[in-house]
Each structure stands twice: as C-alpha cells, then as structure tokens.
Design a protein. Structure first.
Lengths: 106, 113
C-alpha cells in the first residue's frame, strides 16, 4: 500500500498569508497527485491534478509542486473563502488520501 | 461536463447490506476513466473503497477484505456499490467519483437498528 502523510494537520493563518501544505508519499508516485478542498457538508473539490496542473476555474493563487515522494500545495494569498480542509491524494496505484489539513482563521 | 449522483437507502440495519448506485450524466461511463467509491465517516477523513472500469475490472481497498462489490451497468450509464455485513463503523457519507475530477455530492448512510 502507498501511504500519504500530510502536514500540518491544522494550520492557523490570516487573510493575505502565504500558506503551504506538505504531502509525502511512502514510495514514488511520479506526479500522480491531486489536491482537494473540502468545506463542511460538501463534496471534495479538485484544485490541482498531476501535482501541478490547475483545474479549470480554480483561482491562480492555488499552486502545486513536487514529484516522486514530496509535494506541496501553496496558497499565495489566503482569502476568506479558502478556510477549509485540504486533502492530498495519490492515484499512481489505486487511491490513497492524506489525513487532511484544516486551515483555520488565526 | 460529467455529473454524478448517488442514490440508495439512507438507513441500513447492522449485519445488513449497504447498496448504492451512482448515475453518470453528461458523458459516457465507457470512456477511459475509472469509477470509484470513497467514503467519509462523520468528522473524519476520506477513505477510498474501490474502483471499476467500463469493462468491469475492479480493484478494492484491502481493508474492506471481501465485504465490498462494485459493479457497472453500461446500458444505464451507472455503477454500484454493495457492502456486506455492515456495522456502525460503516456509517459515513459515500461519494462516487469518475477519475479525480468528477465527484457526486455524496449521500449519508447510517447503520443503525
């Protein structure tokens, strides 16, 4: 099984802050990594696929980077609507999700 | 734009079988993407259950052992999930997905007598 370790589990930040979330895979997944945003009571929303490709309609303040086993999601300037939980997911072999990062208001 | 909609009973008795269907619209289930089921227990993270492709090949999360069956009905453009011998631990919001980009809105299934 491929394990995904996401950090931090909780992040407190202010509007306008630059935010970075890290995801580490237990073995190489090449670039088969997605990032999702989830708000309470809603389905996950795809932000980034193939590690760094921005999904259509997603604001450009979201970016992804990395390959192999180390990946990051960056929000360049946090907006009020960005307070949510974020998940990474590998789809190199089957699917595995990270534990999630809750981005809270500082 | 592909849209997915889950349907099925919202309440299942312990030891019973959970059955859900995912209807796909706006695109054919027979394209290249695999169709998956994911669940999320209340207040917890996302857990992948398994996947199926248009020809019926399946892969399952080993943690579900032999309790899970995923099937596809190309004539109805839908795929289905069955989970046997359910317990309260199977209470969750169940999502269907096609590839990584298209997800259903999710449906809450509660296991309770």
């Amino acid at each position: 099984d491929i394990q995904m370790t996401q950090s931090p589990s909780t992040l407190s930040a202010s509007v306008g802050d630059r935010v970075t979330i890290t995801c580490r895979a237990s073995q190489s997944i090449n670039s088969w990594l997605a990032w999702y945003q989830q708000k309470p009571g809603k389905a996950p929303k795809l932000l980034i696929y193939k590690a760094s490709s921005l999904e259509s309609g997603v604001p450009s303040r979201f970016s992804g980077s990395g390959s192999g086993t180390e990946f990051t999601l960056t929000i360049s300037s946090l907006q009020p609507e960005d307070f949510a939980t974020y998940y990474c997911q590998q789809y190199n072999y089957l699917w595995t999700f990270g534990q999630g990062t809750k981005v809270e208001i500082k | 734009q592909v849209q997915l909609q889950e349907s099925g009973p919202g309440l299942v008795k312990p030891s019973g079988t959970l059955s859900l269907t995912c209807a796909v619209s706006g695109g054919s289930i027979s394209n290249n993407n695999w169709c998956s089921w994911v669940r999320q227990p209340p207040g917890k993270g996302l857990e992948w259950i398994g996947e199926i492709n248009y020809s019926g090949s399946t892969n399952y999360n080993p943690s579900f052992k032999s309790r899970v069956t995923i099937s596809v009905d190309k004539s109805k453009n839908q795929f289905s999930l069955k989970v046997n011998s359910v317990t309260a631990a199977d209470t969750a919001v169940y999502y269907c997905a096609k590839g990584v980009e298209a997800w259903g809105q999710g449906t809450l299934v509660t296991v309770s007598s």
